[in-house]
Design a protein around this ligand. Structure first.
Ligand code: GLY
Ligand code: MN
Ligand code: MN
Length: 433
């Protein structure tokens, strides 16, 4: 428990003494009739409590004799026989370190007293489950103040910037979970390469990836797997995954296992039959060169915006060399004409969320500088859909993206996903083995 307690104590040390923080967890969502989607706790809530059951609210009050109060579902024999075990209020105290726990049904009754007259009210309620009720409570408390008491106007502040900028810098414990997710996913990518062949389906690849990641303890994937054959790779968040794998086409597999709330995010693109054609080779090598050049810019103190322009410069140069862009490099960089083929930026923070939280700009509006223990993806791509008339036919119907997970170290970087085959030689050798 000390890990979560340390995080709560850190948060409370950042805000005013006369504050109260209300953290609302996720609720369950119906898939159809009486079938629910698998439950996933809100990540900020989990980060501060480690509590993964639905319908919970945590109330943190610095300086109080009960700094951590948890409202959660009570034990219920029927519900626990049919659905899942519950910690109940006893477990909330004993296992999760709450100073006091109440049945969530008592929230309405207890919360006004916990708010008291604390001046600063911080909230995290991503689903908006209680924010309107909170306004009502604050309003009615103000109305109830006696004539000789101050009628304080209290507004709600988001607590998320404090938590989420902290989440950007990974602790040793977080890095070990993240590395586990990445290593499991690297092995799963390798496995998929080794069994991939024409005649299989995108769905089979999706299942093979998850099966192998699960064998390393991943309970889920961090985002819907993108298993995109041929032209399907030109749809960036393709997730239908039902098409056949055809001879002569590429497969783009963007998949990451989720291990104890931390996810990998790795993309590899490889020939379905195990051997790149000459035009696939040209595009693949170009994307790999741009990824490698972007990775080389990573070090503490470098700007978040060092990677994207570097990747785009290499891609633009290569597109000119391949005669896909018919202009000078200066013109290409000026007009950004390459964007019609690159489509997206080249990365995002990575952690509990695949597109992890935390600002990309600092308080002056400048790109943040990289710091040790930040983790992010770099993922340049080139996309030439079948209908793209601007390029020669030989390029059409392929999308290539290569995505690695990069940790900033004290002196530079570590490519956490480097062991997933990424050079043409390594991919062909794994696939033909
Ligand atoms: N898998 C989603 C992304 O790469 O951002
Ligand atoms: Mn990504
Ligand atoms: Mn990805």
């Amino acid at each position: 428990m000390t890990l979560y307690q340390q995080r709560r104590e850190w948060l409370l040390s950042q805000i005013e003494e006369d504050s109260v923080v209300i953290l609302v967890g996720n609720t369950e969502k119906v898939r159809n009739k009486n079938i629910l989607y698998p439950f996933r706790q809100d990540h900020d809530f989990y980060y501060l409590t480690g509590f993964a059951e639905p319908d919970a609210v945590a109330v943190l009050r610095p300086g109080s004799d009960q700094p951590f109060v948890l409202f959660n579902q009570p034990n219920d024999e029927y519900q626990e026989v049919w659905f899942a075990a519950r910690s109940g209020q006893k477990g909330a105290v004993e296992k999760f370190g709450a100073d006091k726990a109440y049945d969530i049904a008592k929230l309405e009754q207890q919360l006004p007293a916990l708010l008291g007259l604390r001046k600063h009210v911080y909230l995290s309620d991503e689903l908006g489950l209680y924010q309107h009720r909170l306004f009502d409570w604050l309003h009615s408390q103000r109305k109830q103040a006696k004539f000789d008491q101050p009628k304080i106007f209290r507004t709600l502040h988001s607590v998320l910037p404090y938590i989420q900028n902290k989440r950007r810098i990974k602790t040793t414990e977080e890095l070990s979970l993240l590395k586990h997710a990445v290593n499991a996913s690297v092995d799963a990518h390798k496995h998929v390469m080794s069994i991939c062949k024409p005649g299989m389906t995108e769905q089979q690849i999706t299942a093979e990836f998850f099966n192998r990641a699960a064998s390393h303890g991943c309970s889920d994937v961090g985002y819907p797997t993108i298993s995109a054959a041929g032209n399907n790779a030109c749809c960036l968040h393709y997730s239908e995954n039902r098409d056949a794998l055809r001879e002569g086409e590429l497969l783009l597999l963007d998949a990451g296992g989720d291990y104890n709330y931390y996810t990998a995010d790795i993309t590899r693109t490889f020939p379905i039959n195990g051997t790149f054609t000459s035009s696939q080779r040209d595009i693949y090598q170009l994307v790999l060169n741009s990824l490698d050049a972007a990775i080389e810019t990573v070090k503490p103190g470098a700007s978040w915006n060092s990677m994207y322009p570097m990747a785009m410069k290499v891609l633009a140069e290569g597109l000119i060399d391949l005669d896909i862009l018919k202009c000078s490099l200066d013109e290409a960089l000026e007009t950004k004409v390459y964007e019609q083929f690159t489509l997206h930026k080249t990365g995002h923070w990575l952690g509990m969320d695949v597109h992890d939280v935390g600002a990309y700009l600092d308080e002056s509006g400048d790109w943040v500088s990289l710091q040790p223990n930040m983790v992010f993806t770099i993922e340049p791509g080139l996309y030439f859909p079948m209908h793209c008339q601007q390029v020669d036919e030989k390029w059409r119907g392929m999308g290539v993206r290569i995505e690695d997970d990069i940790l900033v170290t004290e002196t530079g970087y570590e490519n956490l996903s480097a062991a997933a085959p990424r050079t043409i030689a390594d991919i062909e050798s794994v696939m033909c083995a």
